[in-house]
Write a protein that binds this ligand. Structure first.
Ligand code: F3S
Length: 392
């Protein structure tokens, strides 16, 4: 990979160990994927923030970077952590977890990574169309590429952090126009009416398409929230980073392979996402973190009702959206639900707060929670979720 004189100096360690290691990570990645140069990025979004998912080795690495004076060169933000410090009564209480999580946040902050602690940073600040980014968190990446038309590879936590410190990323993959062309046509032969049906479709397609880029025929003007659930699920069961909601898009050839999805495929996909039909002890909305409209929708459905004793209702969103939706947050909390920020049900500790059965409208969560949280899961519409959480 070609490096400028300035980049070479950093690579040789003339700017110190922290920038040298960051540059080495980027060069290694670039060489692996045959990038010919580094390109400047507008922002980085770093994952690997919850102590539950990164553990002690990552803390040591962050400590070393911090000691060596590492500072982010571009606007950089962080994914959810393991704890909402404003809802400690809802969180696992082991002091060690709290200490470690606090330390991780301190280290990120001092490196210049803004701890917005959300996987929907685009609800706080939308990147520009065509902007090159280095974002980690697969649901965020696929939304940025497919809905916001920004350009980012699916970074891992370390490569997003390295890109933040250098302000650049290797020019390969989806940063190149020739790699952003649709490769498969997906024909939708059934009506899709809500976020769970879009989530089920995403989970189904991710397994089949792996990392191929689809465009859709027959998706009639879907809401952005539905596309968020479609992408999050596709990127969970597969490796996709980009899809096109309609057929007006660049295509890799005139004769693309076509895949049809009918009512039966969707029904099977939907049903395969639950692991139990027991009653839930937690109902969870907010994977990916809720938009203002999603918080409002929950509030409208729950107004005047009461959450059952013995059931936790969590609505997860960013602090930014929580503040903006304050009136709706009050309605949800008056009913006994909790509007949680800075974390989510997947990256926090659920067993430690006695959750065994989780119901959610998120296909991504039902895919990950049985292994990451060791809970049984039920995949259900928002309506069914609110009904299950509330008294009759
Ligand atoms: Fe976000 Fe947690 Fe889901 S980080 S995408 S809410 S698993």
């Amino acid at each position: 990979m070609y490096l400028t004189r300035e980049e070479e100096r950093i690579y040789e360690g003339e700017e110190g160990w922290a920038y040298q290691i960051a540059m080495k990570i980027l060069v290694k990645l670039g060489d692996l994927f045959e990038a010919d140069r580094l390109i400047p990025i507008d922002s980085a979004h770093v994952s690997g923030v919850s102590y539950k998912t990164i553990g002690d080795a990552a803390i040591e690495f962050l400590e070393a970077l911090n000691k060596a004076g590492a500072k982010s060169k571009v606007r950089s933000t962080a994914n959810p952590a393991g704890i909402d410090y404003n809802h400690l009564e809802e969180m696992a209480t082991l002091p060690k977890l709290h200490e470690k999580q606090t330390e991780i946040l301190r280290l990120y902050r001092s490196i210049g990574i803004d701890p917005i602690l959300t996987c929907t940073p685009y609800y706080i600040r939308k990147p520009k169309e065509g902007a090159h980014l280095a974002w980690a968190e697969s649901s965020t990446v696929i939304y940025a590429n497919s809905v916001l038309h920004s350009w980012t590879n699916r970074e891992g936590g370390p490569s997003a952090l390295a890109a933040a410190l250098i302000g650049k990323t290797p020019d390969y993959g989806i940063h190149k126009p020739e790699n952003r062309k649709a490769e498969v046509s997906v024909k939708i032969e059934t009506d899709l009416r809500n976020e769970v049906e879009f989530g089920a479709l995403g989970a189904y397609l991710g397994k089949i398409l792996k990392d191929e880029i689809p465009f859709f025929e027959g998706l009639p003007h879907p809401e952005e929230t539905w596309l968020k659930h479609l992408g999050a699920a596709m990127a969970s069961t597969g490796m996709s980073s980009l899809f096109y909601p309609c057929s007006s898009c660049p295509k890799s050839s005139d004769r693309l392979e076509t895949l049809s999805v009918d009512k039966g495929d969707l029904k099977n996909a939907f049903e395969s996402l639950s692991t139990t039909n027991e009653d839930p002890d937690m109902v969870y909305i907010g994977c990916p973190h809720c938009s203002f409209e999603e918080v409002k929708e929950v509030a409208q459905r729950i107004k005047g009702r009461k959450v059952k004793d013995g059931v936790k209702l969590w609505i997860c969103t960013s602090r930014h959206v929580r503040r903006k939706a304050d009136n709706f947050v009050k309605i949800i909390e008056a009913a006994g639900g909790k509007v949680i920020s800075d974390t989510c049900a997947v990256v926090t500790w659920l067993k430690e707060i006695n959750v065994d059965v989780l119901m959610t409208n998120s296909a991504k969560t039902v895919y990950y929670a049985p292994t990451m949280n060791r809970v049984e899961t039920i995949f259900a519409s928002l309506d069914q979720c609110i009904k299950a959480a509330c008294q009759k």
